[in-house]
Ligand binder design. Structure first.
Ligand code: FE
Length: 338
């Protein structure tokens, strides 16, 4: 059984002091990933190994919390989406490297840190949702094209400062540099049907409601909308289209895992990391989360495969993380959300 850590900072730290020596067969997790997404994975891990898991679900401040707890942190591993969050944890010194033949075999080299500080577990593409009624799929071609005046008043998106948007802008920076990226952001802003607001699904709802014709969103939200009775109509009003960068591929980001620097239950934690990279867990990610698994030989779900195939952009994930600060500055300079 998984227990849930819902303790204030001080209580969690106290747990870390009092408990680690007698709790050899458990793993403590700090997670930015939602409970319903990771619970099936943790249940399968416990069933297979007998190792219990405790999860603290956080919405922000994970690195600050780990820094504050220091050596006394009860956390063994962190789970998060977005390469910049993984890179931030490494930079802050709250992770440690893991040498594991299993992780090396199961996770392709471009999806793990060269220094073994983080390991990607899934990928997701940032794609275009387009109205079935009002957009010919052939009209959606490149990310660069989203700045073309033909889309004026037709695009909806979430905030420019959200990590999903910043990663896309960072990829644009990688391909075209700062000046062109700023011009692109101004062009996209000029094409917006409304000020950036809401999450990825809210944009698809807006397409369904006729407020805009295309939006940017992550692939797995299509699966989530189809699984939600209230949102199925929204999902059915759009096509999933895979734009590319000129001279590149479709923008992808990752979810991943790191071992914390403190890791009181190191051995059990590494077992969990290896389990999350196993074909069994990768299939759970694919089926339950509608994500793309990274392990060799594993496949996306039938539903996800049905949206089409794509070539992932070849930008290095660490380059994306490194360009995040510049991306944020440009988004603010053009007042993207204003
Ligand atoms: Fe998301």
């Amino acid at each position: 059984m998984t227990r849930f850590l819902r303790l204030p900072l001080t209580a969690a730290a106290a747990l870390g002091i009092a408990a680690p020596a007698v709790q050899a067969d458990e793993v403590n997790i700090y997670s930015y990933r939602q409970p319903e997404l990771i619970q099936p994975l943790l249940d399968a891990f416990t069933e297979q190994t007998g190792i219990a898991t405790n999860v603290a679900f956080l919405s922000k401040g994970m690195v600050e919390r780990l820094l504050a707890e220091g050596d006394r942190s009860p956390a063994d591993i962190i789970l998060t989406t977005d390469i910049s969050r993984l890179a931030e944890a490494v930079e802050a010194g709250v992770t440690q490297p893991v040498q594991s033949a299993v992780l090396e075999a199961q996770i392709p080299a471009n999806f793990r840190d060269p220094g073994n500080q983080w390991f990607a577990l899934t990928t997701r593409a940032r794609i275009v949702y387009a109205s079935k009624e009002r957009v010919d799929p052939a009209e959606v071609t490149t990310y660069e094209d989203l700045a073309d005046p033909k889309w004026q008043g037709r695009i909806c998106t979430r905030s420019g400062t959200h990590s999903y948007t910043l990663a896309l802008v960072a990829a644009m920076l990688h391909h075209h540099g700062e000046e062109a990226t700023k011009t692109w952001l101004e062009g996209v802003k000029a094409n917006l049907a409304r000020k950036p607001q809401g999450n990825d699904r809210a944009q698809v709802k807006a397409i369904w409601a006729g407020e805009c014709d295309i939006s940017l969103g992550n692939t797995y939200y299509m699966g989530e909308m189809l699984a939600d009775a209230e949102q199925t109509e929204w999902a059915n009003s759009v096509n999933v289209l895979f734009p590319v960068f000129e001279g590149g591929g479709t923008h992808v980001n990752v979810s991943g895992v790191s071992l914390t620097a403190a890791a009181p239950n190191r051995d059990a934690a590494v077992k969990l990391m290896e389990f999350l990279a196993s074909p069994e867990a990768q299939e759970i990610y694919a089926e339950v989360n509608y994500e793309y698994p990274v392990a060799p030989g594993t496949q996306p779900s039938e539903l996800v495969s049905g949206w089409g195939s794509f070539t992932p952009d070849d930008v290095n994930l660490m380059d994306l993380a490194a360009l995040r600060a510049t991306a944020l500055r440009l988004v603010e300079e053009v007042n993207f959300d204003g």
